[in-house]
Every structure is written in C-alpha cells, then in structure tokens.
Write a protein that binds this ligand. Structure first.
Ligand code: PBG
Length: 336
C-alpha cells in the first residue's frame, strides 16, 4: 500500500510537502480614488473597500506599505457631471489619477504604482472606447488611451495597465511612451480579459457600468481558449512587459495555459470584485468560514501559475499571514 497519509500527519510535515506558497509581496492592492479631501466612502457593493480622496488614500497606504504589499493599482472615480462622450477627463493634464500618483510616489517612493488605463469610468455612456453610430470604435480610441497612459507616466506611474480590450492598445501606448521619454514606464496589459458577470460589484464601485448594451464586442467570450493565447502573444509582441488574466478564480485553466506558453513573462491574475464578494457574502451569511476559503482561493490562483495577484483581499491576507514571509499553508490546520 502506498501511504499518502504520512505526508499529512502534522502541520509541520504538511508544510514540508507544500509546493505552493504566497507572499504578501506578490499582491497588488486596488484603490479607488476620488476628488476632494477627507473623503472615505465605504463601497456598498464591495465590503471592506472604500473610495478615498488623495489625502485619505495616503493615510490608508501606511498600513498597506507596512504590511509588505508590493504594489497598488489605481482607479480614478469621477462625478457623472465630469464625464463626456469621449472620456476627456481621463487624459486631460492635471487629472485625478495623475495627481494621486504624484502624491503617492512622493510619500512612498518604493511602492510599485500601477494605473488602470481605460475610458469606461470617464465616458458618459460607460463604454471602454468612443462611440460613433452605436459602434465602439477601436482605432479612434487608441490615441486617447495612449494619452491617458502618458499622463500617468508623466506623474511617475511604474506601470500603466490598459484594460479597454481595444486591439493595438499596447502598441499605441508603448510607442507614445517611448517617443516622449518614458521608456522606463512598463505596461501591464489586461491581455486576456473576459466579458464576465463577476465584474458587477466593481462597476458600482467605479461608477463604470455601461449605460446600454454590454462589453461582449471587445472583452473576450468565456467559451474561448485559443484567443487568450493569441491576445497574450500579440500584447507581448506589441511590447507588454507583464500580462494579465482576468477574472482569476473562474479562469484557472487559462492562467495555467498562459504560464506554460509564456513562462518567462510575469503573469498577473485579477481576483475580481464578484469573486471576492462571493466569499465575503457567503461568510457573512454564515455559510462558510472566510479565512480558509480566502486562503484556498488565493493559493489556487498562485498554484495555477500566477506570479502576482490583484485582490481586494490583499490586506486581509497580509494581516493574517506574516508580512513578507512565506506563509505556512498547513500551520493553522489541526493534526487530528
Ligand atoms: C475597466 C475595469 C473593470 C475591472 C477592472 N478594470 C470593469 C469592466 O471591465 O467592466 C473589473 C474589476 C473587478 O471586477 O474587480 N475596464
């Protein structure tokens, strides 16, 4: 008889055989930033997460930084009256995200700052590109995304992360950044971003829901696999330094395939708002314990092949498991 149970007799033994570990430095924590001062608005659809004005964001970041979280991802959230058809507020000089990045980099020069580059939070119609005759235009959107990325690079962002799923967006951004002297600003492309029902809570958080239609003509169809490989390969060709699969927990197979096809490229996976809230809401309803469920879900994303994880759980995870150290998957389990 082969005795597998010997591999599991105690927490210490289980630790020895653990093949996957997750460091707090491998997390990327999302922040939603708004105009104003002294603003900290808890987001009703995303429990535990708030929108912050820049001053409050800097205060909140003290904990994020001290926990050893390696990077943050910034989303700008603006008032409806500031939005227009072309998402002008996204790329105007002196915009909200640029101001936030500047302030963050001044106070915390060593944390990696990533900015989301997409028009959906800035257009009056809520789509990720500009619209003409009811059509979302790909090529006319590209220069606007590139301008938006440039504003973030000028402010000192380490990475710009295009998430609009327009073809050619990485090339357009890379070209402009290189031309303007920002060759050092990297691109993290949301390469394989699926059209997902799991973005619901985010769209409320960022006020970015489309006012009509859906995103199926630009985000990927969840029945496709090969297109994910093609999207990633193309983004790498266009100059993306890092790539992403999104959502994460529902797309572990895609994460694994991308990692095995492109082992040398850093891969980020985004545990999206709905994936986070499924665990939260189930725990709040008393249906399961949040801590082990969170740990298992996040570890699964790492096990599938992600190098970094964007998660609203980043701080909770870091609070529970020693910042900056490898955590013991088995340590909290019983030995019975
Ligand atoms: C912007 C964007 C979205 C998310 C990240 N960037 C929303 C969308 O595409 O509708 C979703 C993040 C989440 O659900 O946590 N395009």
């Amino acid at each position: 008889m082969k005795r597998f149970r010997e591999l599991r007799t105690s927490a210490a033994i289980r630790d020895k055989y653990a093949e996957v570990s997750l460091k707090t430095s491998e997390f990327i924590y999302p922040y939603f930033v708004v105009e104003g001062t002294n603003v900290k608005q808890p987001i009703t659809s995303l429990h535990g997460i708030s929108r912050f004005s820049i001053d409050e964001l800097l205060i909140d970041m003290e904990e994020t930084v001290s926990l050893g979280i390696g990077a943050i991802l910034i989303f700008g959230v603006i008032e409806e009256k500031e939005k227009d058809e072309n998402g002008t507020a996204a790329y105007l000089p002196g915009g909200l995200v640029a101001k936030a990045v500047k302030a963050i980099k001044k106070k915390y020069p060593s944390i990696t700052v990533i900015t989301d580059v997409c028009l959906c939070g800035y257009t009056s119609h809520g789509h990720c590109g500009i619209i003409h005759n009811s059509e979302i235009l790909n090529d006319s959107t590209l220069p606007l995304l590139a301008q938006m990325a440039l504003r973030h690079a000028e402010a000192g962002a380490d990475f710009v992360a295009p998430s609009a799923m327009m073809d050619g967006q990485v090339e357009a951004i890379r070209k402009l950044l290189d031309e303007k002297g920002y060759a050092k600003t990297k691109t993290l492309s949301y390469s394989a971003k699926y059209s997902s029902g799991f973005y619901g809570p985010f769209r409320d958080a960022a006020h970015s829901a489309p006012s009509f239609g859906d995103r199926k003509t630009y985000q990927m169809d969840y029945r496709s696999i090969d297109q994910a490989i093609g999207e990633v390969a193309t983004d790498i060709e266009e100059g993306a330094e890092w790539v992403m699969v999104k959502p994460a927990h529902t797309y572990l197979d895609i994460i694994q395939r991308i990692k095995s096809n492109f082992p040398e490229v850093p891969l980020v996976a985004y545990q999206v708002s709905g994936e986070y809230m499924m665990i939260k809401a189930a725990a709040q309803a008393g249906l399961m314990n949040e801590e082990p469920a969170m740990l298992e879900a996040l570890t699964a994303i790492k096990r599938a092949g992600a190098n970094y994880i964007i998660s609203y759980y980043a701080k909770d995870y870091a609070r529970l498991y020693n910042p900056n150290s490898l955590h013991s998957i088995a340590a909290k389990d019983s030995t019975i």
